[in-house]
Design a protein around this ligand. Structure first.
Ligand code: GLU
Length: 479
């Protein structure tokens, strides 16, 4: 990456500046005209809400935002963040990332994002519920939520519970709307959610890292062995994304998780941490610290400076900055969070030969499975319901034929496994795996086509821009 004027530390930390710098760098390598690129880059609308909530007899004012970055595809899609520090600038930048993310992984949505300024660590459940419901009401009144317009999802500080409140409130307003459950994704399975949505972002991180580790060119350049197995990994963040990513990398990839950072410190064990046991320890004690056999390091930032093969920032934006980029001791940085690396820091990593796997690719698993959930809601049927029995019966016929031809009958257990038939979770995982694999191939193909693309992030943006541009070009501009 070549930035002629180095950014100041403060400018480098601004998320809008980060996304805009990343976009401009890639846009300069495309053939599209300036006007069209400007249209793609601009955030179409942002609405600020000030709304009252009455809890315990008292009226309190809250502030929230919903940004709609791009309407090139509808509905618009993106998470809803409940956090003490959220602001308009952050929400707009995150909405832009959603547009590029969806385009890259071929999820047919425009990008959006929302936020409510609320400290979920200090507020009680009653207040959080009242805020979630009232904000949904506000969104509905301004047409910022709906199955065909704008579909929120979990993000930092929100999860299944909040999505269930949102769906319930929306349904109360839109009584009789057959598709109303598709107004939000990330719902509990019993409320129209889909199996595998909770783990989806973390699972996508695993599939994405696996693609990189199976890329012979990349592994050779980095001087690393092929495959995820045995790789040492440090993860910053042990929330929904970090936990599932670490768990699946360990269980299915055979990686060695040597450090986990939380907001108040890092646990480190060079021999490997049992992720499930650490999770149980956190549920029991409230913290990751004092985990038997592991060493406690004082800050969250310590997890970024551990010597390892792969570093996975899975918490907040602005974590790898001009101040600590030179201390990163990993060969690969896999961005599970949105915007964890600033442009200034990225240049430092690039110069040091560190391979950055960009957020708009690596954390796209969440929105991909949200797309599956939305599709399930508007089709009103669970995936696999029509085909499972049919597939099973057909596979059983093939197996019987093979047994007759070979004269070697299979054991009952083997037979059952081979003729299993896919459940919803199997289809979701395989759809996600395929999505992550295809998107990786598209980025690598873009790099091969254009020798001015030297990093995966620029490749990701080039692919995204070309998809959004194609859609806009085909639509034309409404006069
Ligand atoms: N909040 C997640 C993200 O940043 C998921 C968005 C969605 O599922 O719509 O990608």
């Amino acid at each position: 990456m070549s930035t002629s004027v180095p950014p100041t530390i403060k400018e480098d930390l601004n998320l809008n500046h980060i996304v805009s710098t990343q976009f401009d760098k890639a846009a300069a390598l495309t053939k599209y005209d300036e006007g069209l690129l400007g249209q793609i880059k601009a955030c179409n609308n942002i609405y600020t809400f000030h709304f009252p909530v009455k809890v315990g007899g008292k009226i309190r004012m809250f502030q929230g935002w919903r940004a709609e970055h791009s309407h090139h595809r509808k509905p618009l899609k993106g998470g809803l963040r409940f956090a003490a520090e959220v602001d308009e600038n952050e929400v707009m930048a995150l909405a832009a990332l959603m547009t590029y993310k969806c385009a890259l992984v071929n999820v047919p949505f425009g990008g959006s994002k929302g936020g409510v300024r609320i400290d979920t660590y200090r507020e009680d459940d009653e207040t959080i519920e009242a805020v979630a419901r009232r904000f949904t009401f506000e969104l509905a009144h301004k047409n910022f939520i709906g199955p065909g317009t704008n579909v929120p999802a979990p993000d930092m500080g929100t999860g299944e519970r909040e999505m269930a409140w949102i769906a319930d409130t929306y349904q109360a307003i839109h009584h009789g709307d057959l598709n109303s459950l598709a107004c939000v994704t990330g719902k509990p399975v019993s409320q129209g959610g889909i199996h595998g949505r909770t783990e989806a972002t973390g699972r996508g991180v695993y599939y994405g890292i696996r693609e990189v580790c199976e890329d012979e060119d990349v592994m050779q350049k980095l001087g690393m062995q092929m495959g995820v197995a045995g790789k040492t990994i440090s993860v910053q963040g042990f929330g929904n994304v970090g936990y599932h990513a670490a768990r699946i990398l360990q269980h299915e990839g055979g990686a060695k998780i040597i450090a986990i950072g939380e907001y108040n410190g890092t646990v480190y064990d060079p021999n490997g941490i049992d992720v499930d046991a650490l999770h149980a320890h956190k549920l029991k004690t409230g913290y990751v610290q004092n985990f038997p056999g592991a060493q406690d390091l004082p800050t969250s930032g310590d997890s970024l400076e551990i010597e390892c093969d792969i570093l996975i920032p899975a918490a907040l934006e602005n974590q790898i900055t001009l101040e600590n980029a030179s201390k990163v001791k990993a060969k690969i940085v896999g961005e599970a969070a949105n915007g964890p690396t600033t442009p200034g820091a990225e240049q430092v990593l690039f110069d040091r030969g560190i391979y950055v796997v960009p957020d708009i690719y690596l954390n796209a698993g969440g929105v991909t499975v949200s797309y599956f959930e939305w599709t399930k809601n508007i089709s009103h049927m669970r995936f696999g319901r029509m085909s499972k029995r049919f597939d099973q019966a057909r596979d059983e016929r093939y197996i019987s034929l093979m047994e007759r031809m070979s004269g070697k009958p299979l054991t009952e257990a083997r037979r059952e496994r081979l003729a299993e038939g896919a459940d919803e979770i199997d289809l979701v995982r395989s759809g996600l795996e395929n999505t992550m694999s295809d998107a990786y191939k598209e980025m690598r193909a873009a790099m091969k086509e254009n020798d001015q693309i030297h990093d995966l992030r620029t490749a990701a943006y080039v692919v995204s821009i070309s998809k959004v541009a194609t859609t806009y070009n085909q639509m034309g501009i409404f006069p």
